[in-house]
Design a protein around this ligand. Structure first.
Ligand SMILES: [Zn+2]
Length: 52
């Protein structure tokens, strides 16, 4: 069975799926017109680990 559109990401430290994707406002990758596209990273709500 092929799942499309849903990527299951887990915390690499504690394995929690209680995570969120954050924008790193310090790193602008590019601009879409006037809107800056920020680099994104994941953050675990459980242990606070961040990763890309
Ligand atoms: Zn974690």
């Amino acid at each position: 069975m092929a799942e499309t559109g849903s990527v299951r990401v887990k915390c690499p430290k504690c394995g929690s799926i209680n995570i969120k994707q954050e924008q790193d406002k310090g790193k602008v990758l590019s601009y879409a017109g006037q809107t800056p596209i920020y680099k994104k990273h994941w953050k675990c709500r459980e242990c606070g680990a961040t990763w890309e």
